[in-house]
Write a protein that binds this ligand. Structure first.
Ligand code: T3D
Length: 255
């Protein structure tokens, strides 16, 4: 089964994360497929806008925790440097608008992916959750920089520590989400995507560079720092307990 479904319509490439049985959590295959699809979309003149969304009721739960090898066996820094970090940079460097159609819950690395997109369109049942602290990790996938950029450092830190949900409406009020939709959510996504596809793509590419330089001059550095910190967090007993608790469907007992 492909972990990513794609469809080109009216200049818009719709990419659907397709692991609904695992909350569309990212594994290596899905990250590879998403990166390859973005590389092709960048080159394809027929694609003038990209929409990333999730199959089923969830946008994505971030990294697949069932495939996480505890930090003794794998370097999280290396993993991030080979997967999420280039993915986040690829979305920001892409010379075409990328929209996150957040159709449902969005957590962890998926929060980073959605924040790297140019716009976020949320279904009213969607919510964002930082996720990392639930399994005793530091923020990664750009969340340490991108979340405070959109909701401010105070809220970003509170939501990291508390791991509470940010409902779509709240995210909209804070400026993190551009539009919230209900019954007509799919129409909303198409309307916004087609309008972007009909826009001046070359100027948009320059505009995106300008926003990157003004808003996120330290993105690469932040991703590299996150990798160093995650390496340490990934080797901790707290993380081991966090992952065990998730897999055993119980609350973690951090000491
Ligand atoms: O180097 C590195 O790899 C480090 C990188 C880390 C990046 C990260 O993303 S770390 C953060 C990982 N993500 C999380 O901690 C989020 C965990 N999931 C959740 O908080 C919730 O599942 C959601 C908020 C996303 C959705 O909640 P809800 O109540 O709508 O659904 P659910 O019942 O919790 O989940 C549905 C199923 O998906 C369930 O499986 P089951 O019981 O039906 O067999 C659940 O176990 C599974 N699932 C949810 N999240 C993940 C997952 N399976 C694997 N990995 C997940 N992340």
């Amino acid at each position: 089964m492909p972990t990513l479904l794609s469809e080109l319509q009216a200049g818009c490439l719709y990419l659907k994360l397709n692991r609904p049985e695992r909350a569309n959590a990212f594994n290596l295959k899905m990250i590879d497929e998403l990166r390859a699809a973005l590389t092709n979309a960048e080159k394809d003149p027929q694609v003038r806008c990209v929409v990333i969304t999730g199959m089923g009721r969830i946008f994505s739960a971030g990294q697949d925790i069932t495939e996480m090898k505890h930090g003794d066996k794998i370097s999280y820094r290396e993993h991030l440097n080979n997967t999420y970090n280039p993915l986040i940079l690829q979305i920001r460097d892409m010379g075409k608008p990328v929209v996150a159609a957040v159709n449902g819950p969005c957590a962890g690395a998926a929060l980073g992916v959605s924040l790297a997109c140019d716009l976020r369109l949320a279904h009213r049942r969607a919510y964002f959750v930082v996720g990392f602290s639930g399994i005793a990790l530091a923020p990664d996938s750009g969340v340490s920089l991108l979340l405070p950029v959109y909701i401010g450092p105070g809220r970003a830190q509170e939501y990291y520590y508390s791991n509470k949900r940010i409902p779509a409406r709240q995210a909209f009020c804070w400026g993190m989400v551009n539009h919230v939709g209900g019954f007509s959510y799919e129409k909303l996504v198409k309307r916004v995507a087609v309008a972007l596809a009909e826009g001046p793509t070359d100027a948009f590419a320059l505009g995106k560079k300008a926003f990157n330089q003004a808003m996120l001059p330290n993105l690469e550095q932040a991703l590299a720092n996150e990798g160093i910190l995650q390496e340490e967090a990934g080797r901790s007993l707290e993380h081991k307990e966090g992952v065990a608790a998730f897999l055993e469907k119980r609350r973690p007992k951090f000491k």
